[in-house]
Write a protein that binds this ligand. Structure first.
Ligand code: NCD
Ligand code: ZN
Length: 349
Protein backbone atom coordinates (compact mmCIF):
# COMPACT_ATOMS: atom_id res chain seq x y z
CA UNK A 1 0.00 0.00 0.00
CA UNK A 2 1.70 3.15 -1.16
CA UNK A 3 1.58 6.26 0.97
CA UNK A 4 2.16 8.71 -1.80
CA UNK A 5 0.51 9.25 -5.16
CA UNK A 6 1.82 11.42 -7.97
CA UNK A 7 -0.66 12.39 -10.68
CA UNK A 8 -0.88 14.89 -13.49
CA UNK A 9 -2.30 18.14 -12.13
CA UNK A 10 -6.10 17.82 -12.06
CA UNK A 11 -8.83 20.13 -13.41
CA UNK A 12 -12.30 20.90 -12.06
CA UNK A 13 -14.91 20.58 -14.81
CA UNK A 14 -17.77 22.13 -12.77
CA UNK A 15 -17.16 25.00 -10.34
CA UNK A 16 -19.07 27.93 -8.82
CA UNK A 17 -16.71 30.85 -8.16
CA UNK A 18 -19.35 33.54 -7.42
CA UNK A 19 -18.38 37.22 -7.73
CA UNK A 20 -17.09 40.20 -5.72
CA UNK A 21 -15.83 39.50 -2.18
CA UNK A 22 -17.04 35.87 -2.35
CA UNK A 23 -14.98 35.27 -5.49
CA UNK A 24 -11.94 36.84 -3.86
CA UNK A 25 -12.42 34.59 -0.83
CA UNK A 26 -12.62 31.26 -2.66
CA UNK A 27 -10.63 31.52 -5.87
CA UNK A 28 -7.24 30.66 -4.34
CA UNK A 29 -8.64 27.40 -2.97
CA UNK A 30 -9.46 26.16 -6.46
CA UNK A 31 -6.14 27.45 -7.81
CA UNK A 32 -4.29 25.40 -5.19
CA UNK A 33 -6.16 22.26 -6.13
CA UNK A 34 -6.63 22.58 -9.88
CA UNK A 35 -4.97 23.89 -13.03
CA UNK A 36 -8.22 24.81 -14.78
CA UNK A 37 -11.89 24.99 -13.95
CA UNK A 38 -15.10 25.25 -15.92
CA UNK A 39 -16.77 28.22 -14.24
CA UNK A 40 -20.55 28.13 -13.89
CA UNK A 41 -22.50 31.16 -15.13
CA UNK A 42 -25.30 31.29 -12.51
CA UNK A 43 -24.48 34.75 -11.21
CA UNK A 44 -27.12 37.38 -10.57
CA UNK A 45 -27.71 38.47 -13.29
CA UNK A 46 -26.57 35.35 -15.16
CA UNK A 47 -23.65 35.28 -17.60
CA UNK A 48 -25.67 35.06 -20.81
CA UNK A 49 -23.33 36.59 -23.40
CA UNK A 50 -19.72 36.33 -24.48
CA UNK A 51 -19.20 39.96 -23.45
CA UNK A 52 -20.41 39.16 -19.91
CA UNK A 53 -18.28 36.01 -19.81
CA UNK A 54 -15.14 37.94 -20.81
CA UNK A 55 -15.85 40.61 -18.19
CA UNK A 56 -16.37 37.86 -15.58
CA UNK A 57 -13.10 36.21 -16.61
CA UNK A 58 -11.33 39.55 -16.09
CA UNK A 59 -12.78 39.77 -12.56
CA UNK A 60 -11.64 36.21 -11.84
CA UNK A 61 -8.15 37.00 -13.10
CA UNK A 62 -8.04 40.15 -10.95
CA UNK A 63 -9.20 38.13 -7.92
CA UNK A 64 -6.42 35.60 -8.58
CA UNK A 65 -3.87 38.43 -8.56
CA UNK A 66 -5.37 39.88 -5.35
CA UNK A 67 -5.20 36.44 -3.75
CA UNK A 68 -1.51 36.16 -4.63
CA UNK A 69 -1.93 33.28 -7.08
CA UNK A 70 1.01 33.19 -9.48
CA UNK A 71 0.07 34.18 -13.04
CA UNK A 72 -0.52 31.25 -15.34
CA UNK A 73 -1.14 28.67 -12.61
CA UNK A 74 -4.94 28.61 -12.85
CA UNK A 75 -7.12 29.13 -15.93
CA UNK A 76 -10.86 29.81 -15.72
CA UNK A 77 -12.76 28.26 -18.64
CA UNK A 78 -15.95 30.22 -19.18
CA UNK A 79 -19.54 29.16 -19.85
CA UNK A 80 -22.72 30.86 -21.03
CA UNK A 81 -26.05 30.55 -19.26
CA UNK A 82 -28.66 29.32 -21.71
CA UNK A 83 -32.01 31.13 -21.65
CA UNK A 84 -35.14 30.90 -23.77
CA UNK A 85 -33.81 34.00 -25.56
CA UNK A 86 -30.23 32.95 -26.33
CA UNK A 87 -29.50 33.48 -30.03
CA UNK A 88 -27.56 31.22 -32.35
CA UNK A 89 -25.10 33.98 -33.27
CA UNK A 90 -24.04 34.13 -29.60
CA UNK A 91 -22.87 30.53 -30.04
CA UNK A 92 -20.71 31.61 -32.99
CA UNK A 93 -19.19 34.37 -30.88
CA UNK A 94 -18.60 31.91 -28.04
CA UNK A 95 -16.99 29.41 -30.37
CA UNK A 96 -14.68 32.06 -31.81
CA UNK A 97 -13.88 33.67 -28.43
CA UNK A 98 -11.34 31.09 -27.30
CA UNK A 99 -12.60 31.85 -23.78
CA UNK A 100 -16.04 30.23 -23.63
CA UNK A 101 -15.84 26.45 -23.68
CA UNK A 102 -19.48 25.46 -23.14
CA UNK A 103 -23.09 26.48 -22.56
CA UNK A 104 -24.94 25.58 -19.35
CA UNK A 105 -28.55 24.47 -19.24
CA UNK A 106 -30.46 25.13 -16.02
CA UNK A 107 -34.07 24.05 -16.23
CA UNK A 108 -35.94 27.12 -14.87
CA UNK A 109 -36.36 26.79 -11.10
CA UNK A 110 -34.20 23.67 -10.71
CA UNK A 111 -31.50 25.14 -8.44
CA UNK A 112 -29.71 28.23 -7.05
CA UNK A 113 -30.09 31.26 -9.37
CA UNK A 114 -31.90 29.37 -12.11
CA UNK A 115 -34.92 31.67 -12.46
CA UNK A 116 -33.69 32.83 -15.86
CA UNK A 117 -33.23 29.24 -17.00
CA UNK A 118 -34.87 27.40 -19.85
CA UNK A 119 -38.61 26.68 -19.69
CA UNK A 120 -38.91 24.50 -22.80
CA UNK A 121 -35.61 23.27 -24.25
CA UNK A 122 -36.72 21.72 -27.53
CA UNK A 123 -39.51 24.25 -28.05
CA UNK A 124 -37.49 27.41 -27.39
CA UNK A 125 -33.79 26.63 -27.95
CA UNK A 126 -33.77 24.57 -31.15
CA UNK A 127 -31.73 26.93 -33.32
CA UNK A 128 -29.17 27.44 -30.55
CA UNK A 129 -28.76 23.71 -29.93
CA UNK A 130 -28.50 23.11 -33.65
CA UNK A 131 -25.67 25.68 -33.86
CA UNK A 132 -23.91 24.15 -30.84
CA UNK A 133 -24.08 20.75 -32.47
CA UNK A 134 -22.63 22.20 -35.67
CA UNK A 135 -19.65 23.96 -34.02
CA UNK A 136 -19.05 21.19 -31.44
CA UNK A 137 -19.76 23.32 -28.36
CA UNK A 138 -20.70 21.15 -25.35
CA UNK A 139 -24.02 21.61 -23.57
CA UNK A 140 -23.58 21.19 -19.81
CA UNK A 141 -26.83 19.98 -18.34
CA UNK A 142 -28.24 20.32 -14.86
CA UNK A 143 -30.24 17.14 -15.33
CA UNK A 144 -33.21 17.52 -13.03
CA UNK A 145 -36.81 18.35 -13.86
CA UNK A 146 -38.15 21.30 -11.89
CA UNK A 147 -41.71 19.90 -11.85
CA UNK A 148 -42.92 20.19 -8.23
CA UNK A 149 -45.07 17.10 -8.75
CA UNK A 150 -41.93 14.97 -9.12
CA UNK A 151 -40.29 13.71 -5.91
CA UNK A 152 -36.99 15.52 -5.28
CA UNK A 153 -35.12 12.19 -5.21
CA UNK A 154 -36.52 11.18 -8.62
CA UNK A 155 -35.86 14.38 -10.54
CA UNK A 156 -32.72 13.15 -12.27
CA UNK A 157 -34.24 9.85 -13.40
CA UNK A 158 -37.34 11.63 -14.72
CA UNK A 159 -35.17 14.18 -16.52
CA UNK A 160 -33.50 11.40 -18.49
CA UNK A 161 -36.84 10.28 -19.90
CA UNK A 162 -38.50 13.65 -20.33
CA UNK A 163 -35.60 15.78 -21.57
CA UNK A 164 -32.30 13.98 -22.11
CA UNK A 165 -33.52 11.25 -24.43
CA UNK A 166 -35.71 13.52 -26.62
CA UNK A 167 -32.88 16.08 -26.80
CA UNK A 168 -30.30 13.52 -27.85
CA UNK A 169 -32.65 11.86 -30.30
CA UNK A 170 -33.19 15.21 -31.98
CA UNK A 171 -29.48 16.22 -31.84
CA UNK A 172 -27.47 12.98 -31.75
CA UNK A 173 -24.14 14.68 -32.43
CA UNK A 174 -24.59 17.34 -29.75
CA UNK A 175 -21.76 17.11 -27.22
CA UNK A 176 -23.39 16.76 -23.80
CA UNK A 177 -22.08 16.69 -20.24
CA UNK A 178 -24.56 15.38 -17.69
CA UNK A 179 -23.42 17.50 -14.75
CA UNK A 180 -23.11 16.28 -11.16
CA UNK A 181 -24.54 12.85 -11.85
CA UNK A 182 -26.17 11.34 -8.75
CA UNK A 183 -28.04 8.16 -9.67
CA UNK A 184 -27.56 4.62 -10.93
CA UNK A 185 -30.07 5.52 -13.66
CA UNK A 186 -27.80 8.38 -14.73
CA UNK A 187 -24.68 6.20 -14.67
CA UNK A 188 -26.34 3.56 -16.85
CA UNK A 189 -27.65 6.17 -19.25
CA UNK A 190 -24.27 7.88 -19.70
CA UNK A 191 -22.33 4.61 -19.86
CA UNK A 192 -24.53 3.09 -22.56
CA UNK A 193 -25.70 6.07 -24.63
CA UNK A 194 -24.65 6.46 -28.25
CA UNK A 195 -22.73 9.56 -29.24
CA UNK A 196 -20.65 12.19 -27.46
CA UNK A 197 -21.92 12.10 -23.86
CA UNK A 198 -19.99 12.43 -20.61
CA UNK A 199 -20.73 13.22 -16.97
CA UNK A 200 -19.11 14.95 -14.03
CA UNK A 201 -19.25 13.48 -10.52
CA UNK A 202 -18.79 15.40 -7.27
CA UNK A 203 -16.84 14.26 -4.22
CA UNK A 204 -19.88 14.43 -1.97
CA UNK A 205 -21.86 12.05 -4.15
CA UNK A 206 -18.96 9.56 -4.07
CA UNK A 207 -18.52 9.77 -0.29
CA UNK A 208 -22.03 10.10 1.12
CA UNK A 209 -25.54 8.85 0.72
CA UNK A 210 -28.67 10.72 1.80
CA UNK A 211 -28.38 9.55 5.41
CA UNK A 212 -25.63 12.17 5.78
CA UNK A 213 -28.25 14.93 5.53
CA UNK A 214 -30.15 13.59 8.52
CA UNK A 215 -27.47 12.10 10.78
CA UNK A 216 -28.52 13.04 14.33
CA UNK A 217 -30.52 16.02 13.03
CA UNK A 218 -30.74 18.11 9.90
CA UNK A 219 -27.27 18.78 8.49
CA UNK A 220 -27.56 21.68 6.07
CA UNK A 221 -23.95 21.53 4.92
CA UNK A 222 -24.71 18.19 3.25
CA UNK A 223 -27.59 19.72 1.29
CA UNK A 224 -26.84 20.30 -2.37
CA UNK A 225 -28.67 19.87 -5.64
CA UNK A 226 -29.02 17.33 -7.01
CA UNK A 227 -29.57 16.02 -3.49
CA UNK A 228 -27.59 13.07 -2.10
CA UNK A 229 -29.29 9.79 -2.96
CA UNK A 230 -29.57 6.22 -1.61
CA UNK A 231 -26.51 4.03 -1.05
CA UNK A 232 -27.18 1.98 -4.20
CA UNK A 233 -26.73 5.16 -6.24
CA UNK A 234 -23.54 6.15 -4.43
CA UNK A 235 -22.13 2.72 -5.20
CA UNK A 236 -22.98 3.06 -8.89
CA UNK A 237 -21.23 6.44 -8.98
CA UNK A 238 -18.10 5.02 -7.32
CA UNK A 239 -18.07 2.20 -9.86
CA UNK A 240 -18.39 4.67 -12.72
CA UNK A 241 -15.73 7.06 -11.43
CA UNK A 242 -13.24 4.26 -10.74
CA UNK A 243 -14.15 2.17 -13.81
CA UNK A 244 -12.94 1.95 -17.40
CA UNK A 245 -15.33 4.30 -19.16
CA UNK A 246 -13.72 7.56 -20.28
CA UNK A 247 -17.08 9.29 -19.92
CA UNK A 248 -16.93 9.98 -16.17
CA UNK A 249 -14.69 12.74 -14.86
CA UNK A 250 -14.19 15.18 -12.01
CA UNK A 251 -16.44 18.18 -11.40
CA UNK A 252 -16.61 19.37 -7.80
CA UNK A 253 -19.74 21.52 -8.09
CA UNK A 254 -18.16 23.40 -5.20
CA UNK A 255 -20.92 25.90 -4.43
CA UNK A 256 -20.15 28.30 -1.57
CA UNK A 257 -22.93 29.90 0.47
CA UNK A 258 -22.29 31.94 3.63
CA UNK A 259 -22.77 30.00 6.85
CA UNK A 260 -25.90 31.97 7.75
CA UNK A 261 -27.60 31.14 4.46
CA UNK A 262 -26.88 27.42 4.90
CA UNK A 263 -27.89 27.27 8.58
CA UNK A 264 -31.24 28.85 7.85
CA UNK A 265 -34.95 28.04 7.89
CA UNK A 266 -34.73 27.79 4.08
CA UNK A 267 -31.09 26.91 3.60
CA UNK A 268 -29.29 27.29 0.27
CA UNK A 269 -28.23 24.25 -1.74
CA UNK A 270 -24.53 23.72 -2.28
CA UNK A 271 -21.48 22.12 -0.64
CA UNK A 272 -18.18 23.95 -0.34
CA UNK A 273 -15.51 21.49 -1.45
CA UNK A 274 -12.96 23.58 -3.38
CA UNK A 275 -10.85 23.84 -0.21
CA UNK A 276 -10.19 20.10 0.05
CA UNK A 277 -11.47 18.64 -3.21
CA UNK A 278 -8.58 16.31 -4.02
CA UNK A 279 -8.38 15.17 -0.40
CA UNK A 280 -12.07 14.21 -0.62
CA UNK A 281 -11.75 12.46 -3.99
CA UNK A 282 -8.57 10.61 -2.98
CA UNK A 283 -10.29 9.38 0.17
CA UNK A 284 -13.24 8.12 -1.90
CA UNK A 285 -11.00 6.36 -4.45
CA UNK A 286 -8.86 4.86 -1.69
CA UNK A 287 -11.93 3.47 0.10
CA UNK A 288 -12.91 1.81 -3.20
CA UNK A 289 -9.39 0.39 -3.53
CA UNK A 290 -8.95 2.25 -6.82
CA UNK A 291 -6.41 5.00 -6.23
CA UNK A 292 -4.85 3.85 -9.49
CA UNK A 293 -7.84 5.37 -11.32
CA UNK A 294 -7.73 8.79 -9.68
CA UNK A 295 -5.47 10.31 -12.32
CA UNK A 296 -7.68 9.23 -15.22
CA UNK A 297 -10.77 10.61 -13.48
CA UNK A 298 -9.22 13.85 -12.22
CA UNK A 299 -6.66 14.72 -14.87
CA UNK A 300 -7.10 12.87 -18.18
CA UNK A 301 -10.70 12.20 -19.18
CA UNK A 302 -11.90 15.79 -18.73
CA UNK A 303 -9.43 17.48 -21.09
CA UNK A 304 -9.89 14.63 -23.57
CA UNK A 305 -13.66 15.20 -23.69
CA UNK A 306 -13.24 18.98 -23.95
CA UNK A 307 -10.56 18.51 -26.63
CA UNK A 308 -8.08 20.52 -24.59
CA UNK A 309 -4.46 19.57 -23.92
CA UNK A 310 -3.78 17.52 -20.82
CA UNK A 311 -1.77 19.30 -18.11
CA UNK A 312 1.89 18.39 -17.85
CA UNK A 313 2.74 19.50 -14.31
CA UNK A 314 2.25 16.92 -11.55
CA UNK A 315 0.97 17.02 -7.98
CA UNK A 316 1.50 14.69 -5.05
CA UNK A 317 -1.06 13.34 -2.61
CA UNK A 318 0.20 11.86 0.64
CA UNK A 319 -1.52 9.43 2.95
CA UNK A 320 -1.75 11.44 6.14
CA UNK A 321 -4.52 12.63 8.39
CA UNK A 322 -6.03 15.85 7.12
CA UNK A 323 -8.40 17.64 9.47
CA UNK A 324 -10.94 19.76 7.61
CA UNK A 325 -11.18 23.35 8.88
CA UNK A 326 -14.31 24.24 10.88
CA UNK A 327 -14.79 27.35 8.78
CA UNK A 328 -12.95 29.66 6.43
CA UNK A 329 -13.36 33.42 5.81
CA UNK A 330 -15.88 34.45 3.16
CA UNK A 331 -15.82 38.22 2.68
CA UNK A 332 -17.42 39.61 5.82
CA UNK A 333 -18.95 36.20 6.46
CA UNK A 334 -17.72 32.65 6.97
CA UNK A 335 -18.01 29.51 4.96
CA UNK A 336 -18.30 25.97 6.31
CA UNK A 337 -16.47 23.40 4.18
CA UNK A 338 -18.12 20.04 3.63
CA UNK A 339 -17.42 17.67 6.53
CA UNK A 340 -15.93 20.50 8.61
CA UNK A 341 -13.95 19.22 11.58
CA UNK A 342 -13.78 15.67 10.23
CA UNK A 343 -10.63 13.87 9.12
CA UNK A 344 -9.63 12.60 5.70
CA UNK A 345 -6.93 10.07 4.86
CA UNK A 346 -5.10 12.01 2.14
CA UNK A 347 -3.49 15.37 1.78
CA UNK A 348 -2.53 17.32 -1.34
CA UNK A 349 1.01 18.57 -0.71
C1 NCD B 1 -25.31 25.35 -7.00
C2 NCD B 1 -25.13 26.80 -6.55
O1 NCD B 1 -25.26 27.08 -5.35
O2 NCD B 1 -24.85 27.66 -7.39
N1 NCD B 1 -25.87 24.60 -5.91
C3 NCD B 1 -25.81 23.26 -5.74
O3 NCD B 1 -26.42 22.75 -4.81
N2 NCD B 1 -25.08 22.51 -6.50
C4 NCD B 1 -26.13 25.30 -8.22
C5 NCD B 1 -26.12 23.95 -8.89
O4 NCD B 1 -25.10 23.54 -9.45
O5 NCD B 1 -27.15 23.28 -8.86
ZN1 ZN C 1 -23.27 23.44 -10.00
Amino acid sequence: MSDSLSIIRPDDWHLHLRDGPALRAVVADSARQFARAVVMPNLKPPVTTVALALAYRDRIRAALVDAGVATGTFAPLMTLYLTDNTRADEIDRAHESGAVVAVKLYPAGATTNSDAGVTDLLGKCGSVIERMQRVGMPLLIHGEVADPAVDVFDREAVFIERVMKPLRNAYPELRVVFEHLTTKDGVEYVRDAQGPVAATITAQHLLYNRNAIFQGGVRPHWYCLPILKREVHRQALVEAATGDSPRFFLGTDSAPHARGLKEHACGCAGCYTALHAMELYATAFDRAGRLDRLEAFASLRGPDFYRLPRNTARVTLRRETYVIAQEVPYGDDTLVPLAAGESLDWRLV
